[in-house]
Design a protein around this ligand. Structure first.
Ligand code: PMP
Ligand code: GLN
Length: 375
C-alpha cells in the first residue's frame, strides 16, 4: 500500500509540526504564521450578515460577483492595474496549486526564489515540473543578476515570485523587479506572483510586478484575505490577470474544489473595500510588533535581520538552527522555525531562525522574557 511516487520527499509541513510541538509543550508559538487576534469587526459582521442572509449555497465557479468586482476595484484603485479576469479560490494556496497545474507541463522548469513557501515545491512536483531556485542569501536576501541568469535554462516556463517575501520579510525593490521582469520578457516566461502580504509593508512600498512594462500580459497575480486582513482561517483567495492564465487556473480549480466559502467570499469583498486608513492601520500595528520582537531578540543575544514586510523576522542564532529550534520549546518555552527548511541550499541559512510577530504585545513580551533566559 505505497503512496503515489509524486509524494516522494513530501513530509508533514513544518507549520503543522511546529504548531503541534507548541501545543504539546505549552510553548509560545512563534512558528506558524497566524495572528492571535481577529481581523476588522466590520468584516466579521459582513460574514454574519451573509450567513444570515441566505448566502449559503455553491458560489459560481469564478467566485461571487461582489468579490470578483471588489478584487478588480482593489487592483485598479491601489495599483492602477486592469486585469482581464479574476478567479476566487480556496486561499492563495489553491490559486498557486491550480495555476501551476494549469500552466506547467511535465519537464517544464519553474524559476523560484528560495527560501520558498513550502507549497510551491509540492505543487511544482505535482505538475511534473522541476524547480530552479534563485537563492536569496542573508543578511540582504537580494536577487542577484547572476543567480537569476543561472536559474533560467532552455526549459524554463514560469517565474514563481513572492513579494513581500515569506520567510525573509524582503519587499523586492524596483530594480530587482525590473531585473526579473526583463528576464521574463527576454525568455518569454509566464509569471505567477504571490502577493498575500501586499498590505503588510513597513519600509519601502509593495510594487506588483504586473505593473512593470511587458508584465501585465504574462502575469497572474495571487492574493488572499488571510494575511493582510488577519483571517487566515477563512481561506478566501483570488488571482487576476490575463484571460488565458485565469482560464487555465479556473479549469483546474473546477475539478479540485469547484467553489467554496460563499458567505466568506461576501465578507472578503467587505475587507477589500475597507477604507485605506484601516488597511494601513493594520500594518502600523504589525510594525510596532516587529520592532518589539526585534528588540526582544536583540536583548536575548540573537541578531535579527529587520524585515521590511510580512510578519516574520529572521535572526542569526549563532549555532545550527535545526538543533536550536528542536530544543527551544524545552529550553525556554518558545517555538520558531529553522529558515533552512525553506531552502534547497540548506547551507545558505544554517544558523538562521524565523520568528512570527503577529501576536499580541503581551505575548511578544512574554516570549522575549523567555528568550532572554537563553543568554
Ligand atoms: N503564500 C505565502 C507566501 C504564504 O506565506 C501563505 C501562508 N498564508 C500562503 C501563500 C497561503 O495563503 P492562504 O492562507 O490564503 O492559502
Ligand atoms: N503561511 C504560514 C507561515 O508561513 C503558514 C501557513 C500554513 O500553515 N500552511 O507560517
Amino acid at each position: 500500500m505505497s503512496p503515489a511516487a509524486r509524494l516522494a520527499g513530501l513530509g508533514t509541513t513544518i507549520f503543522t509540526e511546529m504548531t503541534a510541538l507548541a501545543e504539546r509543550s505549552g510553548a509560545i508559538n512563534l512558528g506558524q504564521g497566524f495572528p492571535d487576534t481577529d481581523g476588522p469587526a466590520a468584516v466579521i459582521e459582513a460574514a454574519v450578515a451573509a450567513l444570515r442572509g441566505g448566502e449559503n449555497q455553491y458560489a459560481p465557479l469564478p467566485g461571487v460577483p461582489a468579490l470578483r468586482e471588489a478584487v478588480l476595484e482593489h487592483q485598479r484603485g491601489w495599483y492602477g492595474l486592469e486585469p482581464e479576469d479574476v478567479l476566487i479560490t480556496f486561499g492563495a494556496t489553491e490559486a498557486i496549486a491550480a495555476a501551476l497545474l494549469g500552466l506547467c507541463d511535465a519537464g517544464d522548469e519553474v524559476v523560484v526564489l528560495e527560501p520558498y513557501y513550502d507549497s510551491y515545491a509540492a505543487c511544482i512536483a505535482f505538475a511534473g515540473a522541476a524547480r530552479r531556485p534563485v537563492t536569496l542569501r542573508p543578511p540582504a536576501f537580494e536577487v542577484s543578476a547572476e543567480a537569476l541568469r543561472a536559474a533560467i535554462g532552455p526549459r524554463a516556463r514560469l517565474m514563481l515570485l513572492n513579494s513581500p517575501h515569506n520567510p525573509t520579510g524582503r519587499v523586492l525593490s524596483r530594480p530587482e523587479l525590473e531585473l526579473i521582469a526583463s528576464a521574463c520578457v527576454e525568455h518569454d516566461l509566464l509569471c505567477v506572483t504571490d502577493e498575500v502580504y501586499e498590505h503588510l509593508v513597513y519600509d519601502g512600498e509593495h510594487i506588483p510586478i504586473a505593473t512593470l512594462p511587458g508584465m501585465a500580459s504574462r502575469t497572474l497575480t495571487i492574493s488572499s484575505v488571510g494575511k493582510s486582513f488577519s483571517f487566515t482561517g477563512w481561506k478566501i483567495g483570488w488571482c487576476s490577470g490575463p484571460a488565458e492564465l485565469v482560464a487555465a487556473t479556473r479549469m483546474v480549480k473546477q475539478h479540485l474544489t469547484f467553489a467554496g466559502g460563499t458567505p466568506l467570499q461576501h465578507a472578503a469583498a467587505a475587507a477589500l473595500r475597507l477604507p485605506r486608513e484601516e488597511v494601513t492601520a493594520l500594518a502600523g500595528d504589525l510594525r510596532a510588533k516587529r520592532d518589539q520582537l526585534c528588540e526582544g531578540l536583540r536583548a536575548a543575544g540573537l541578531r535579527p535581520i529587520v524585515p521590511a514586510g510580512t510578519y516574520f523576522v529572521n535572526a542569526e542564532v549563532g549555532e545550527d538552527a535545526m538543533a536550536f529550534c528542536a530544543g527551544l520549546a524545552e529550553r525556554c518555552g518558545v517555538v520558531a522555525i529553522p529558515t533552512s527548511v525553506f531552502y534547497d541550499d540548506k547551507a545558505a541559512a544554517r544558523t538562521l531562525v524565523r520568528f512570527a510577530f503577529c501576536k499580541r504585545p503581551e505575548v511578544i513580551a512574554e516570549a522575549a522574557r523567555r528568550l532572554a533566559a537563553l543568554g
